[in-house]
Design a protein around this ligand. Structure first.
Ligand SMILES: [Zn+2]
Length: 692
């Protein structure tokens, strides 16, 4: 249902800290809760430097080469990083808050009651195991009761409301072409592997993943009570059905183009694409208000879905629905055997993660997903001082002034386009820390001893909150991330940059570090989000958040040429084994990384001028310019398991961390100058790229 995020929001980190999509991450052995809250790494930590490496040959190695000596990858992680240390720090704090809120008899506020009971129910694995499959039974009965394909419509509508990824997706989004409107949308869906190309990619690794996936479906169906032979034959047919769905689905790279996922049409025309479903009934049963038009993100998918529905027998469709019902459930609420089966494929096989995370960690994450602003409200009051908000706001204003200045100095842009770019820049809303108005959860029922019910009610609550927006004015104060989140985002329809309180801490922002370090670090993060407004995707939206071409044709062409340099440059980086980075998929993020650090550098120069600081005078071993680049690099220190890198390269628009450092510094001659590199060395190539 949450379609907006999948279509347009550009994040800083998606998928780099945690496994994607709420997969199974835990099983508690020891009580890690008794440990101390982990210390945050400083903005610049000399212990991480590998001074035996040549910064001009591989700056990531120089800045982060010794990180893993202090922070090896824990067994319950697909990777570990400086950002993950901050994430862990936050998680311990949230955990303490939740333990307190969960204590029986405590004098609790209504929000504390909800987060405390949600967490307590999630932690009650004995109750979850004792109930076994019973919480699923009403859903399994609904599937079993279907006698005719005509009855699928009502079931799919219900499954949409409880986030079962069956065949398709419907939801709400801001209208790309009129950002004041909130509209209904229908999108492709129904795949169990991470992305459509997983069904077709050739090679041993891809083939092995598909075999493991079919085995995983088989195991899951057996745990639902099917015989060995039925489970195996159903799994094969389910995989065939998903492969056919994948065939008519759009790949993740094509989906980055807003025009590719925007096709407004009358509901009657959608009905003609997929006559096998009753669309007005599906929308009404999923509690949509009456709409005449809908954005059909991928019409080819809905055209292709119809013959598929006709050709697939009802028995297979019902087996597929049972499979997706379980696969779509947050496995922390599943009985142990199913939970472990989900982890084995999603965690171990796809991400290379040897062990599940402790249950308390998974329950902190589940509570954040379900009640993020209730948890966030308590978190912000305790952890986010007004001084952090003020310091961040100052940094944001510095970076925005830097962009203003950068636009004045861009030789290739015509005055016409420049004026419109400035208008867009000046219209960007800066959102820092937490929302001005907190979400009201009073109508969401949370009960101890009912983990599955709580999770389902929270999903329905959130989906109805989204759907009810259709046809209403846009609330520009709304946030798409909870306050404790260690991440940031730009939303082109809102034209806003958002920095949750969770990320506004060390190593990204370190009050004890030098100004230069912080400009390289949090300054680079702010610049990154700001540049998203002007990357290959963001530049297609204007200052009001509307998809409209405000570029002169010549300037648009020049932008494309410059962007093409970045596509080729990153497309040549080898991520793991024979897998190269997808230059087109990562273009927006790479543009934001490069433009962002350049803006931060311009802001650093302005700050030094104001304060009369000599940026080339060594302080504590490094000049401020060197500290700037080191601070930036160390925000990305970390190591990632090969399975995770492979998954990331195939699904995630962000480049692996090493290239978020090396790819950027090699495009900035200021880096080479600061570290005395010679032209032609890897970090100072002759053919550097620059968009912004
Ligand atoms: Zn980004």
């Amino acid at each position: 249902m949450r379609m907006r995020a999948s279509i347009v929001i550009s994040r800083l980190l998606l998928g780099t800290l945690l496994s994607l999509n709420g997969i199974a991450l835990a099983q508690s052995k020891s009580s890690a809760s008794e440990k101390e809250v982990p210390n945050l790494p400083p903005g610049l930590d000399k212990r991480f430097l590998d001074t035996s490496a040549d910064p001009c040959a591989d700056f990531f190695q120089y800045a982060c080469g010794n990180f893993s000596k202090y922070y090896p990858i824990p067994n319950d992680r697909p990777g570990y990083s400086a950002g993950a240390v901050l994430y862990d720090h936050n998680e311990y704090i949230l955990h303490t808050m939740l333990e307190k809120a969960a204590a029986p008899g405590a004098d609790r506020t209504p929000n504390q009651q909800k987060i405390g009971d949600y967490y307590a129910a999630c932690m009650d694995s004995a109750a979850i195991d004792q109930k076994g499959l019973r919480p699923f039974q009403p859903e399994l009965d609904r599937i079993a009761a279907i006698k005719d394909k005509k009855e699928l419509t009502a079931l799919l509508a219900h499954f949409q409301l409880i986030n079962v990824n069956a065949l398709l997706g419907v939801g709400e989004q801001q209208d790309f072409k009129d950002a004041t409107k909130q509209i209904a949308a229908a999108d492709q869906g129904g795949l169990g592997l991470p992305e459509r190309d997983y069904y077709f990619r050739t090679g041993d690794a891809a083939e092995k993943t598909r075999q493991q996936y079919v085995q995983h479906i088989t195991n899951t169906l057996k745990l639902l009570g099917e015989s060995d032979s039925d489970a195996a034959s159903d799994a094969k047919k389910i995989f065939e059905l998903e492969t056919a769905l994948a065939k008519v689905s759009m790949d993740v790279t094509s989906r980055r183009q807003p025009q590719n996922v925007y096709h407004m049409m009358a509901v009657g025309d959608l009905q003609k694409l997929t006559p096998g479903l009753d669309w007005p009934q599906l929308l009404a049963d999923a509690d949509f208000p009456s709409v005449s038009e809908i954005n059909v993100a991928n019409p080819d998918f809905f055209r292709g879905l119809n013959p598929l529905l006709e050709a697939t027998d009802l028995k297979t469709i019902k087996a597929y629905l049972r499979w997706q019902l379980v696969a779509s459930t947050d496995s922390v609420a599943l009985p142990k055997a199913l939970d472990e089966e989900m982890f084995d494929f999603n965690g171990r096989k796809l991400h290379g993660q040897p062990e599940m995370q402790a249950r308390w960690k998974r329950c902190v994450q589940a509570t954040d997903r379900a009640l993020g602003e209730a948890l966030g409200q308590v978190y912000v009051a305790q952890e986010f001082p007004a001084s952090s908000k003020a310091a961040t706001l100052q940094m944001v204003h510095d970076i925005e002034s830097a962009m203003d200045q950068d636009l004045d100095n861009l030789g290739w842009m015509s005055p016409e386009t420049r004026a419109r770019a400035k208008a867009k820049l000046h219209a960007i809303a800066d959102k820092i820390g937490y929302p001005d108005h907190w979400r009201d959860y009073s109508k969401l029922a949370v009960q101890r001893g009912d983990a599955y019910g709580n999770a389902e009610r929270a999903i329905v609550f959130e989906n109805l909150r989204e759907i009810v927006k259709i046809g209403k004015p846009v609330d520009r104060g709304e946030w798409g991330m909870s306050p404790p989140t260690v991440d940031a985002y730009y939303n082109p329809s809102m034209n806003d940059i958002n920095f949750p309180a969770g990320i506004l801490q060390s190593p990204f922002f370190d009050a004890k570090a030098s100004d230069a370090t912080n400009y390289g670090d949090i300054g680079g993060v702010v610049g990154h989000e700001l540049t998203h407004g002007f990357d290959d995707q963001g530049r297609q939206f204007d200052g009001n958040g509307n998809l409209s071409d405000w570029w002169t044709p010549e300037d648009g062409k020049k932008f494309e040429e410059k962007a093409d340099c970045t596509v080729k440059e990153y497309g040549n980086f080898s991520a793991v084994d024979d897998v190269k980075i997808n230059g087109k998929l990562t273009l927006g993020e790479n543009t934001a990384d490069n433009g962002g650090l350049r803006l931060a550098f311009i802001a650093l120069l302005a700050d030094a001028k104001r304060k009369n600081i000599d940026l080339n005078q060594k302080q504590d071993g490094y000049t401020p310019v060197q500290q700037f680049f080191l601070g930036h690099a160390q925000g990305w220190c970390g190591n990632t398991r090969p399975e995770q890198i492979r998954l990331q390269v195939q699904t995630d628009p962000h480049s692996p961390r090493k290239f978020r450092v090396n790819g950027v510094v090699q495009n900035m001659p200021e880096f080479g100058e600061a570290f005395g590199c010679k032209t032609g060395q890897p970090m100072m190539p002759v053919n550097a790229c620059r968009v912004w």
